[in-house]
Design a protein around this ligand. Sequence first.
Ligand SMILES: [Zn+2]
Length: 158
Amino acid sequence: MIAQDKAVAIQYSVKDETGTQVDSSEGRGPLWYLHGHRNIIPGLENALQGLKEGDTFSAEIAPADAYGDHNEALVQRVPKAAFQGVDKIDIGMVFNAQTDGGPVQVEVTAVEDDVVVVDGNHPLAGKALSFSGSIETVRDATEEELAHGHVHEGDNAH
Ligand SMILES: [Zn+2]
C-alpha cells in the first residue's frame, strides 16, 4: 500500500481544464517516485496515498496543489535590446534568465515593437489538472533511496 517512504511506479496521463493532454507516461515507461518526499506535486501525492498495486486512480487537482497559482510578478516586459544575438524572437521560445534568485526559465508570451513579454511561471502554473492512471509497483524504498530522497530505477540510479 502506498505510504510514507514507499517507492512507487505509476502509469498516468494528465489533462488541463480544456481536456488537452499535457503529459503522460505512455511510451516512456512508468513514473517512479518516492512517496512522502515531494518528488511529485502535492495534490497527486495525496490522491495516491493508501492505494495499492493494480489500483486505478483519477484526481482533480487545484492549481495550488499542482504547480502553484499563476504569479503576475513573474511576468515581465523586457526591452528587445536585451536579446542580443537572437535573430528572431517568437512566442513560445524559452530562454534562461538570470535573476536575483538564480537562473529561471522564461517563455516568450508576446512580442511588441520594442518590448518582449516573458513569463517565468511553470507552464502549468494556474491550471487545474486532471490525472488518471494506475499503480504499477509499490515496494519498500532502499536505505540509499531514502538517503537520496528519490527512487533508483532505470536511468535515475545515481
Ligand atoms: Zn540517488
